[in-house]
Design a protein around this ligand. Structure first.
Ligand code: TXA
Ligand code: MG
Length: 324
């Protein structure tokens, strides 16, 4: 088990212990508003290698580099006017911008998978304060074994990676619950690389134009690392369920009519009032709970594709994708 430090009870100890561990080149469990990250010094190749090793990632994918604020981000990447406008509107927050990397930025190529771009995000709350104290960007994928469900609490991190890391900072449940929205501005167009915790409509409102989405039919992986099967619980996953069979757990959204609901091994409601933000915050924890119920299959009722529903459905399609 890793050592836990509660950031609300002991903020100074948390910063001191975390900066010491990071300076030693070791990854830590770091709470952010989206999900818990497995964070390490983005300028230290040994530290980044340990992220891959700890997650058991099969190959080197570009990692998101977390900064304390826009001024810090400008030291590492070049901002076009649209990206700057989005950063000013949504940072700190669940938005990642893919930007051209500055030459000699100091971010190690292992963190960017050798690309000439970098994914940057400024997280809310404690993580931002820690980065300010450490004064270096932190590379941080979600704190879970590769391919498994992302962690939205310190206990999730500990259950999955506790044997492999020494320190987890504990800030309770992640408020957003799904990973950041990733966009890349190219030739004045904003491409949505991954739907996430910031609704696409919010970005469109500030930018004053529609996002370019990849065509639903295309199987092409736009952002490296966006593998088809991902977020996979032990149980199989079935979407748009309108009935329940034996050995199934039900995760519903509101209270749709579900035939055979009395047969369900477990019934969890992502949001009784039909609030997609609440549903996103509960998603990964409920998937873990449904998995722990012993169900062979987790059936999900329909979730609308608007607002944060786009990110939820993206994660669910990956969870339901054929496993390798
Ligand atoms: O909310 C989040 O974004 C969380 C928390 C911890 O901040 N982090 C996260 O990181 O989800 P990760 O490593 O699981 O997702 C990184 C993804 C990559 O798989 C890739 O798709 C995209 O971000 N990415 C990163 N850098 C990129 C780049 N230079 N070009 C294109 N895509 C990039
Ligand atoms: Mg992940």
């Amino acid at each position: 088990m890793a050592r836990h430090i509660d950031i609300l009870e002991n903020p100074e100890t948390a910063i001191a212990e975390a900066t010491t561990t990071l300076a030693e080149g070791l990854p830590i469990g770091l709470p952010t508003e989206t999900v818990y990250g497995l964070a390490a010094d983005a300028t230290n190749p040994a530290a980044i290698a340990r992220i891959y090793e700890t997650k058991g990632r099969p190959r080197f994918n570009p990692l998101i580099c977390h900064m304390s604020d826009l001024a810090m981000a400008e030291r590492y990447a070049v901002f076009d006017p649209i990206s700057r406008k989005l950063a000013e509107a949504f940072w700190p927050g669940p938005l990642t911008l893919v930007l051209p990397l500055r030459p000699e930025s100091g971010i190690h190529p292992l963190a960017t998978a050798g690309l000439d771009t970098v994914g940057i995000r400024v997280p809310q709350g404690f993580a931002g304060a820690l980065i300010r104290a450490f004064d270096r960007p932190l590379a941080a994928p979600s704190a879970n074994t590769s391919g498994k469900i992302s962690a939205t609490s310190a206990d999730h991190v500990d259950d999955d990676l506790g044997e492999r890391i020494s320190l987890i900072l504990d800030a309770g449940a992640s408020v957003v619950g799904v990973e950041s929205t990733i966009v890349k501005v190219e030739d004045g167009e904003i491409r949505l690389l991954r739907p996430g915790g910031l609704a696409a409509s919010e970005i469109e409102r500030v930018a004053g134009k529609a996002l370019k989405r990849k065509k639903k039919a295309s199987a092409a992986i736009e952002a490296p690392g966006m593998l088809a099967s991902h977020y996979a619980p032990g149980a199989a996953v079935r979407l748009d369920a309108t009935d329940i069979s034996a050995n199934e757990a039900l995760i519903r959204f509101g209270t749709p009519d579900i035939a055979g609901i009395e047969r369900a091994i477990a019934v969890l409601d992502l949001s009784p009032s039909g609030d997609l933000s609440e549903a996103a915050a509960n998603l990964f924890d409920f998937m873990k709970r449904a998995d722990a119920s012993g169900a062979v299959t987790i059936a999900f009722s329909h979730i609308p594709d608007e607002g944060l529903g786009e990110a939820i459905n993206d994660r669910l399609r990956r969870a339901a994708a054929p496993r390798e």
